[in-house]
Design a binder for this molecule. Structure first.
Ligand SMILES: Cc1cc2nc3c(=O)[nH]c(=O)nc-3n(C[C@H](O)[C@H](O)[C@H](O)COP(=O)(O)OP(=O)(O)OC[C@H]3O[C@@H](n4cnc5c(N)ncnc54)[C@H](O)[C@@H]3O)c2cc1C
Length: 427
């Protein structure tokens, strides 16, 4: 957000309006949906954002554009079957090229990196190598493991010491708020008669019929043919839809924490530190060069919230969680001297299944979802936008387990019951 230099004046909805598609929420999900719809169809699109663009999770993340899920791969296979699971991984991986096209269109940069996940024991790393998208198993040069690449500078490469093995996976690094703002500017310029963005414009009441929607916002009415819900885990609106999917129970609010420190020049990169004991916290670090600044940021802890509104206040417990991340970095991250320059938290809306809910509602032709931040969601949001756009346009789209038809089966009950491969730390 520090690198976001907005020049555009925020406009808020001040009169009734008609549109083909109303996108509710101006994060990466909402803006990618607008991008896909405007560049691939001739539909008129309005974004309604209750605050400012990127004020949600999209303005507070680690920028790792990666085809990963918090639910372990074997569990995804057990829940959705191998074919659908592998198809979903492949589709999310392919979304990298959509993200790159979008970034190029918006003159934004994406760094390409091979990210590393660090493990204290070799067996866990070998297990992780079974995940689709894993590139290579790395070990220190004195290891006897025959199927791994030996690294002379293992500690240097892992930015740490005390880890036994690392697995590689491809990732992009993206500054979401800058990308979103650049996209808004370029789309408004290129589609002046087809695109409107309203900020400080919360959708308070959404009433849907099969082929039409009516949204109450700032005391005015937006009439649209379809609604795309990109609201993450924020509440505060009523949805009258007759759909079997109840968003009240579906998305639960969780706060995720990050700290940031301005650093001396370093190559862009991503490392995640997987604990040997699942009851211990998992931490992840992104180093990136953004505009004129080098930044190291790290996250990994979270807190289950009783209400999404809790994300708007800062408590002593939030302070303590950020201190814990800093303590980990001081102890483990080579060259990290602290103290943090920045700290923040962002809303992670968790679906009850731990994976995104994206696509057309099973019952209602006017309602589409791209919902549930689920801790890792940038690429997933970009893919979901493409799927929704193709569904609206009546074209073939990639089948994934994000589909509401699949998701509406009996849920596994996250956040309490689903075992996560990157366990958040919750007391
Ligand atoms: C600390 C942290 C670190 C993360 N790190 C990564 C990472 O490295 N890689 C990754 O892939 N993912 C990461 N994520 C997850 C990623 O940020 C999210 O998956 C993604 O940003 C979700 O985008 P979104 O547009 O769905 O939601 P959001 O960005 O939260 O956008 C939702 C928007 O909807 C608006 N809204 C809500 N209700 C209404 C309403 N009634 N009317 C109008 N507007 C409304 C909100 O104000 C908000 O702006 C991280 C998340 C956090 C919190």
């Amino acid at each position: 957000m520090l690198n976001l230099h907005r020049e555009r004046q925020a406009a808020s909805l001040s009169e009734d309006s008609d549109t083909d598609i109303a996108v509710i929420g101006g994060g990466i999900s909402g803006m990618s949906a607008a991008y896909s719809l405007l560049t691939q169809t001739d539909r008129h699109v309005i974004i309604l954002e209750r605050n400012l663009l990127s004020s949600g999770a999209s303005g507070h993340n680690a920028g790792q554009a990666v085809a990963a899920f918090e639910v372990p791969y074997p569990k995804l296979i057990r829940t959705y079957g191998k074919e659908l699971t592998d198809n979903t991984y492949a589709a999310v991986n392919n979304a990298v090229s959509s993200l790159k096209s979008m970034a190029e269109y918006a003159s934004s940069e994406i760094a390409d990196v091979e990210a590393l996940a660090l493990f204290s024991n070799l067996e866990s790393a070998k297990e992780r190598m079974k995940n689709p998208g894993s590139t290579c198993l790395y070990v220190p040069s004195d290891s006897n493991e025959p199927d791994a690449v030996k690294l002379d500078d293992f500690n240097g490469q892992t930015w740490s010491s005390g880890y036994a093995a690392a697995t590689g996976y491809h990732s992009g690094i993206v500054n979401c708020p800058c990308l979103i703002e650049n996209l808004a500017n370029r789309l408004l310029e290129d589609y002046p008669d087809q695109f409107e963005v309203y900020e400080h414009s919360p959708a308070d009441k959404i009433s849907l019929e099969n082929d039409a929607a009516r949204i109450v916002c700032n005391g005015h009415i937006v009439n649209s043919s379809s609604v795309v819900m990109c609201t993450n885990g924020y509440g505060g609106f009523s949805l009258e839809s007759g759909s079997p999917i109840s968003l009240d129970n579906k998305i639960q609010p969780v706060a995720g924490y990050m700290i940031g420190r301005l650093t001396s020049p370093a190559p862009a990169g991503i490392r995640s530190y997987v604990p040997s004991n699942p009851s211990e916290p998992y931490y992840y670090v992104t180093k990136n060069f953004v505009n004129s600044q080098y930044v190291t940021c790290a996250g990994g802890l979270d807190t289950k919230l009783t209400s999404w509104k809790d994300i708007e206040t800062w408590t002593q417990d939030d302070e303590r969680k950020c201190s814990m991340i800093e303590a980990f970095l001081l102890q483990k991250l080579s060259g990290f001297s602290g103290p943090r320059n920045y700290q923040w938290k962002g809303l992670m809306g968790y679906t009850d299944t731990g994976v995104r809910l994206a696509g057309k509602d099973p019952n209602l032709d006017s309602l589409y979802y791209s919902l549930g931040c689920n801790g890792i969601g940038i690429l997933q949001a970009v893919l979901s936008a493409d799927v929704i756009c193709k569904q609206i346009d009546g074209k073939a789209y990639p089948r994934t387990f994000f589909d509401p038809l699949v998701q509406n089966q009996d849920s596994t009950g996250y956040p309490d019951a689903v075992q996560l491969s990157m366990p958040p730390f919750r007391e």
